[in-house]
Design a protein around this ligand. Sequence first.
Ligand code: FE2
Length: 324
Amino acid sequence: MVETSYCRVPVKLIFKFGDVFPYNVYLKLSDSKIVKLSHKDEIIKDTILRYHKEKGVEDIYVLKEDYLQITDYFKNQFENKLFNPETTIEEKVDLLEKSYSMVKDSLVFAGINQQSIELAKKISESTLRLINESKNVFSLLLKFSANCAEEYKKSIVIGYLCSGIIDNFDWKSDSIKQKCSLAALLCDILLSPKEMKEIQKLSLELPLTPAAKITVGTHPQRIIKTLNIETWISKETLAMIEQHHEEQNGTGFPLGLVHTHISQLSAIFIVAMRFADLLIENNFNFQNKDSMLATIRSKYNLGVFKKAVKCLGNLVDAKKSNQL
Ligand SMILES: [Fe+2]
């Protein structure tokens, strides 16, 4: 199988970082056949890789043994590109989204590694900066809807909502907002596309199948365990990841906590995540904001959740329909 020796890299990332790519690049023709497209240090624009990109190939492959070095290579190039004043906000979203898919693959294929951790942290910090820079986050996302992975799009929206809700609290700080942004990036990162579909059922109040209950129902703990997350993130981010599917009345998972055992920050994160689901389902149609808010208000009305929803209401009501 190709997957045992090679790892996937978005082809766009290679073209974003200069003229030369210092690794061999391969094209997958089938599950058992792979061919070399370009050699280490070749000038990319002169290779057949460009032809395949123009033909619409989205992913190429690199040797598994090169993969961690490549992740590190992208991490170093990533900031240069993001901080370059000539990089437009649209290019930044595209770059962040492609880098997110790289981190996800890296964690799935290569397991926990320092290169991916650092890239994940950089993406979450940069996403928050992008949210602050953007005058209209949702119109920006709508523009990229077709090309932006659902998971990354959702993490931007959660980061934005958490940030706006936290602004209502005395303890607001950029550091706390960054913790939310990182939790939003990581909380579903190990879910497969099929599992992601299952999880969307939850926002529609549909029950999970028995099989999904086992795989999807344990993903918060799986992320914490597989990524050994306790060793490299804050306790607040850890709690948000662990509790992001809990409900105020104890009907959530995996722990079935009630609201008195959920922190204010986790409650903010949960409310932001549910509102993000509704916004995405409504295709960011802000005309429906009152019914979306009513859904959230009816679902979350106790203790720390009540406070979080009140602040979400302040954020949403303060925005005109075309300015969120
Ligand atoms: Fe989740």
